[in-house]
Design a protein around this ligand. Structure first.
Ligand code: GRG
Ligand code: ZN
Length: 328
């Protein structure tokens, strides 16, 4: 099979903690107007990525908490959904990000919980699937968003959970993986969404953990990095999507952790901090969170522990009394 990979020349093994903290704080201050405008369509998720990453490497400290909560409120819609920025349309992706941020701030009880529950449950279809918004695109990403969002609010019983699981099962492939819809190709990101949703539902029994664990372990390339599907380049974000899934399945020892750490550390930006998708590319908050989160799962340095299902600090998940299922 064709294998694409990168070479780790002059590889950096130094952990650039202070630079990453500066990088994440500067995004909070909106580095420049151009970058800020370009990011507007996903700003709520951008805030979740940046704040979670900062929390993990900065001893749980995140700045300007009142302003952040005010921002969430400014993105609330009458139908109970949240948009990425004021004036944009609400979507399940940004509704989950808003709830995740509120949980990080320990202020989820101040959200209009009944309205959010109403919004999320209105997006469930008869076959158990979820659409992302009123336009009707179905994807297993949205199944994860719905289950994660409602369980964080203690409202998982407000949807048809058995049907949600049935739909996810219908997206399971011969290789043990999952795709976006029935019959769609297995993909690392969507496997995380499906296994994560099943972990929340307590239904990991439907996963073939050995077959899927093998497919996921096959994602590691000679550089140590992981790709999202066969014949693709390695990318730091799959260090989260693929490795956290292996962690949930109790099979994370099926990949070489030292090699994975090397690849992630080689993707740091030596000058301004932050992580990129692979060595030498531009850093961004998305790959910075997922690089740091994967390092957390490997107990690297003093990074706080992360929950592999919710991608939130373990302290937050414990405070909420959540116990997502994992296998041993
Ligand atoms: C709260 C952690 C958290 C997640 C929210 C939105 C979401 C749930 C997860 C996203 C999962 C993900 C990355 C899905 C990928 C979807 C997909 C088919 C991407 C294909 O993109 P390509 O072809 O990427 O650009 P590759 O790496 O395959 O080349
Ligand atoms: Zn990526």
């Amino acid at each position: 099979m064709l294998q694409k990979d990168v070479k780790l020349d002059n590889i950096c093994k130094t952990w650039l903690l202070e630079k990453h903290i500066d990088f994440l704080k500067s995004f909070g201050k909106e580095r420049n107007q151009y970058e800020s405008n370009m990011m507007e369509f996903l700003r709520m998720s951008g805030m979740y990525w940046g704040l979670t990453a900062l929390h993990l490497i900065n001893n749980g400290q995140i700045p300007k908490e009142e302003e952040i909560f005010e921002y969430i409120k400014s993105c609330e819609h009458n139908n109970g959904g949240y948009s990425p920025a004021p004036g944009h349309d609400p979507h399940l992706l940004y509704t989950l990000s808003a709830v995740q941020i509120a949980c990080l701030l320990n202020r989820e009880s101040e959200l209009p919980i009944e309205k959010i529950v109403q919004y999320v449950s209105s997006l469930q279809l008869k076959d158990g699937s979820f659409t992302g918004d009123k336009w009707g695109e179905i994807d297993t990403r949205y199944s994860f968003c719905a289950l994660a969002c409602l369980s964080l609010l203690g409202k998982l019983n407000e949807i048809d959970l058995a049907k949600s699981v049935e739909f996810i099962k219908s997206c399971q492939n011969f290789d043990g993986g999952f795709g976006s819809r029935p019959g769609a190709e297995s993909h690392g990101g969507l496997i995380y969404c499906c296994v994560g949703a099943l972990s929340i539902a307590g239904r990991l029994d439907i996963v073939d953990a050995d077959t899927l664990g093998w497919w996921l372990a096959e994602r590691q390339l000679p550089s140590g990095g992981l790709n999202g599907r066969p014949e693709k380049l390695p990318d730091v974000c799959y260090s989260w999507w693929v490795f956290s899934t292996l962690n949930i399945l109790g099979r994370d020892h099926w990949i070489d952790k030292e090699q994975l750490k090397n690849f992630i550390l080689a993707s740091q930006d030596n000058e301004g901090g932050g992580f990129s998708d692979r060595p030498g590319d531009e850093p961004d908050p998305f790959h910075t969170l997922f690089g740091i989160a994967a390092l957390s799962l490997m107990s690297y340095d003093k990074i706080l522990p992360i929950d592999p299902t919710y991608c939130l600090p373990k302290t937050v998940i414990n405070r909420l009394g959540l116990k997502p299922q994992t296998l041993s």
